[in-house]
Ligand binder design. Structure first.
Ligand code: MG
Length: 218
């Protein structure tokens, strides 16, 4: 079936933080004057509460003595300030939109994810954006994928999902019936459910090539 749409994950796929996440957490807890939070602790609390507007409920679960709203804002600011686009993806998005519907499907709190798009200057770079913080469940829940497919007006088999996370992106997309392209950066190995895998450093060129191959097959 001909490919009509391409849906991207955001974090570690199209944009990466310049500093590691633990450093960012440390800067946020310093700025808010609270105890330091371990990255693993944060991830566990994050996994338990994806469906919200901000990260305040996550920090509320982790710290008792201070204002979780203040800490959530501090963390949002340091993350936004350090996010940089992956090489070549801005022209890639523009070029793809001439031939495909282009969507973004990203897990996380609504305000945090839109804040990232704003900082990157990408609020108008997609035909549709779905932030799963506004939904009952995030990736790999099939409802997250259905939401972006509906927004783009396409079916799963004519849509490529491009993402770095083996479970949330690749297995989720494959289960939803989409074509899955895994973005590799050395943190996770390639999973068998991926229809293709590309290195993040060469994502822009490799994805163009993959889409050309798909077009010639259909
Ligand atoms: Mg990601």
């Amino acid at each position: 079936m001909a490919i009509r749409a391409v849906v991207f994950d955001l974090d570690y796929t199209l944009a990466v933080p310049e500093r590691d996440r633990q450093t960012l957490l440390d800067e946020a807890t310093d700025a808010a004057g609270t105890r330091s939070i371990d990255r693993q602790e944060y991830l566990e609390a994050h996994g338990a509460d994806l469906a919200s507007e901000t990260r305040a409920p996550i920090f509320d679960a982790l710290i008792e003595e201070s204002d979780p709203v203040e800490l959530a804002s501090a963390y949002r600011r340091v993350v936004e300030d350090t996010l940089v686009p992956v090489a070549g993806v801005e022209s890639l998005l523009g070029d793809l939109r001439e031939s495909y519907g282009v969507g973004l499907l990203t897990d996380g709190p609504t305000r945090a994810q839109w804040g990232k798009l704003k900082t990157l200057g990408w609020t108008d770079s997609f035909d549709a954006v779905v932030v799963t913080g506004a939904l009952p469940a995030g990736k790999p829940d099939p409802r997250a994928f259905e939401e972006i497919l509906d927004a783009l007006g396409v079916g799963p088999r004519e849509t490529v999902l491009v993402g770095d996370h083996p479970e949330a992106d690749v297995r989720g997309a494959a289960t939803a019936g989409m074509v899955a392209v895994q973005v590799l950066d050395g943190r996770h190995g390639r999973v068998p459910e991926a229809d293709a895998a590309v290195d993040r450093e060469t994502l822009a060129g490799d994805l163009r090539e993959f889409l050309l191959q798909q077009a010639s097959l259909s």
